[in-house]
Design a protein around this ligand. Structure first.
Ligand code: GLY
Length: 377
């Protein structure tokens, strides 16, 4: 299968920036060659998910990646971290930074994030603050990170107060996504990643949403042609949205569809694995559609279609599906107030007019939300 190469181009005031996303099958064993212009004769530090640790992993993708990189880099050092959301904290950040510094880095060094969204977010953040910023490359190994978190330069960690509240925008030099590695992914994680894929259809592309519904069976038996198309399309939609809004002053916020609810739900879960990000996004998107319907922006029919696709994907779709988290209306509203999209204490949500058309709704009243959530909990 031929790799697809997609460019993320960012229109900046001073100097535009562009970087490639390479989406291929079984390409990790050629990653050194593919990434040569960024890593040749450089000191490279790989921050990777300990899932791929040679001692524990039954898969050899990571080993192949390492061998391939070894041929072209000057030195290759490694730091492994656990992949769950609990890793995205300030203590872990500090530990990684200390380890990287003991390798004696300079600004020519490159960090590679090899893992899912958590690894990519924290490794990217490390790269953004070390020596005031060094280069990094994303090698996303989960569906969620291949279609979303590895692209667009959002990096960061969670605070005790809320999700992703500490971070920076720092674009990678390249993103290398190998479809073959998705076979290492637990089914639950694949389904969770699918929620972020569906999001792109809902925000901007009815045809893509319909295609996902139609090709659902092939996607879930890992048909690689379909997977490549699905990942490429998702990245294309994301790249288009962030092109003129790198730092989320406006339209980039659309990519947050369902996330105001999702981040609040995840905080209730304490990031302990009872609910994972994509599952929270699935519920969050269903709630965003229900709220859009309640406020007469979107039809019941579209709302049902969305919920059906998530249900078919065995994803949770309502707060009743996660009773174990003891979610309260007042607690949710408190957490909404921390959302980065809010303006001057007014709550902001991404809502939908229909499937394929999201919009930013400022000033959503806390009373309306209270009533809405009381009906949902
Ligand atoms: N994951 C949403 C964004 O990158 O803006």
């Amino acid at each position: 299968m031929k790799s697809k190469i997609l460019n993320v181009s960012l229109n900046r005031k001073v100097e535009n920036l562009s970087y490639p996303i390479i989406i291929g099958d079984n390409i990790l064993n050629r990653s050194g060659e593919i990434l040569k212009e960024f890593i040749y004769k450089k000191n490279v530090i790989v921050i990777y998910d300990s899932f791929f640790s040679v001692k524990t992993s039954p898969n050899n993708e990571f080993e192949e990646f390492v061998q391939s990189m070894n041929k072209l880099t000057t030195t290759l050092n490694f730091i492994d971290i656990p992949g769950g959301d609990q890793t995205k904290n300030i203590n872990q950040l500090n530990e990684i930074i200390e380890k990287v510094l003991t390798y004696g880095i300079d600004r020519q060094n490159v960090i590679i994030a090899f893992g899912g969204g958590v690894v990519g977010d924290i490794a990217g953040f490390v790269a953004s603050i070390l020596l005031r910023g060094i280069n990094y490359i994303q090698v996303p190994t989960t569906l969620l990170s291949q279609v979303d978190s590895s692209v667009g330069g959002k990096t960061g960690i969670n605070s005790k107060i809320g999700k992703n509240l500490i971070g920076s925008f720092h674009q990678p030099q390249a993103v290398l996504a190998d479809i073959n590695i998705l076979k290492t992914l637990p089914n639950r994680e694949f389904r969770a990643g699918f929620a972020e894929v569906v999001k792109y259809g809902l925000i901007k592309d009815l045809e893509f949403f319909n295609w996902l519904n139609q090709e659902y069976d092939s996607i879930f038996i890992y048909d690689k042609i379909k997977l490549q198309k699905m990942i490429t399309k998702s990245c294309e939609i994301k790249a288009k949205i962030i092109k003129n809004d790198e730092k989320e002053g406006g339209k980039r916020a659309l990519l947050n569809l369902g996330h105001t609810f999702a981040h609040a739900i995840e905080s209730f879960g304490n990031f302990d694995g009872r609910i994972i990000h994509g599952e929270a996004v699935s519920i969050g998107i269903c709630l965003a559609f229900k709220l859009s319907n309640k406020l007469c922006f979107c039809s019941k029919d579209d709302t049902k279609k969305v919920i059906n696709l998530f249900q078919k994907s065995k994803l949770p779709t309502s707060l009743h599906d996660i009773k174990k988290l003891s979610i309260s209306t007042s607690g949710m509203i408190q957490k909404f107030k921390l959302d980065k999209k809010n303006r001057q204490n007014e709550l902001t949500f991404i809502l939908n007019k229909r499937i394929g058309e999201s919009f930013i709704k400022h000033n959503v009243s806390a009373n309306v939300l209270t009533q809405f959530l009381n009906e949902e909990i």
